[in-house]
Design a protein around this ligand. Structure first.
Ligand code: C5P
Length: 251
């Protein structure tokens, strides 16, 4: 009974606007992927890590992660795919026979704590085969339908760049959770979910943005445990600035 963590780091990070792929961008002097790998290892709940690397950068990612004294569990690096879903599938193919629990974690969430990793693994090992960390949402969320927007006759031509979307409904905020990683799975269930959703993996618009979504598509239950603010996702420069503040507070 061992736990594999797949650490997805193969994205380009175009919205961050750096020359480097996002996982290699530094936060407090270390690349994001290294922060994430250190915290996975520090949890004591992960036996091995497979990192998915951007095209042509497997050796560079390997140098960063495997040489670090804080990453105390074995690490393998594999080329990622065209989508996150494809990257996870590539990592999952390297699971060892004894891995019965698989975590999937994004290098884009470098400060997810060892406590959070342990909480997710504990919930899976307690009998919940698919577990995601989630936080209550503070904004009111609207569901929109861009397709309906064009039906309204415009009084005058819209200024260039103005996008208008039609609101469809307002889900009850108390029932919404903003979902994070690491997400944890019974290994056989995750493999079944990826096999069933494999046709979606190659196309960005169809591919699953998280692994729990693939499990839900099977009709299998997914459970939520408490997430944390520090597991925030880095997408833009302001996210990186906030992560710097969080890291200063809790090195
Ligand atoms: O692009 P986004 O930030 O949503 O990606 C989430 C995570 O998935 C990141 O850690 C990114 O490196 C990873 N990813 C990947 N392979 C891709 C695209 C994204 O491993 N093809």
């Amino acid at each position: 009974m061992t736990t594999l963590a797949i650490l997805t780091a193969a994205g380009s990070g175009t919205r961050l606007g750096r020359a480097l792929p996002k996982a290699l961008v530094e936060l407090g002097g270390s690349p994001l992927v290294l922060h994430a790998a250190r915290r996975l290892a520090a949890s004591g709940a992960v036996d091995r890590i497979v990192v998915t690397a951007p095209p042509g950068l497997a050796a560079a990612v390997s140098d960063v992660v495997t040489a670090d004294a804080h990453v105390t569990c074995p690490v393998r690096v594999v080329d990622g795919g065209a989508t996150r879903q494809a990257s996870v599938a590539a990592g999952l193919a390297l699971a060892a026979p004894e891995d019965d629990v698989v975590l999937v974690h994004d290098a884009a969430r470098p400060l997810a704590s060892p406590e959070l990793v342990r909480r997710v693994v504990a919930a899976v090992r307690a009998g919940h085969p698919a577990v995601v960390p989630g936080l209550p949402v503070t904004d009111t969320i609207k569901r929109v339908s861009p397709a309906l927007a064009s039906r309204a006759p415009a009084a005058r031509p819209a200024p260039p760049g103005l996008v208008v979307e039609r609101v469809v409904d307002t889900p009850d905020r108390a029932l919404l959770r903003a979902v994070q990683t690491p997400q944890g799975f019974d290994r056989a269930l995750l493999e079944r979910a990826h096999a069933a959703g494999a046709a979606r993996a190659a196309v960005e618009d169809l591919a699953a943005t998280d692994d729990a979504g693939l499990v839900e598509a099977l009709g299998e239950p997914v459970h939520v445990v408490a997430g944390e603010e520090s597991a925030m996702k880095i997408t833009t420069e302001p996210d990186l600035a906030l992560a710097r503040l969080l890291l200063e507070e809790r090195p």
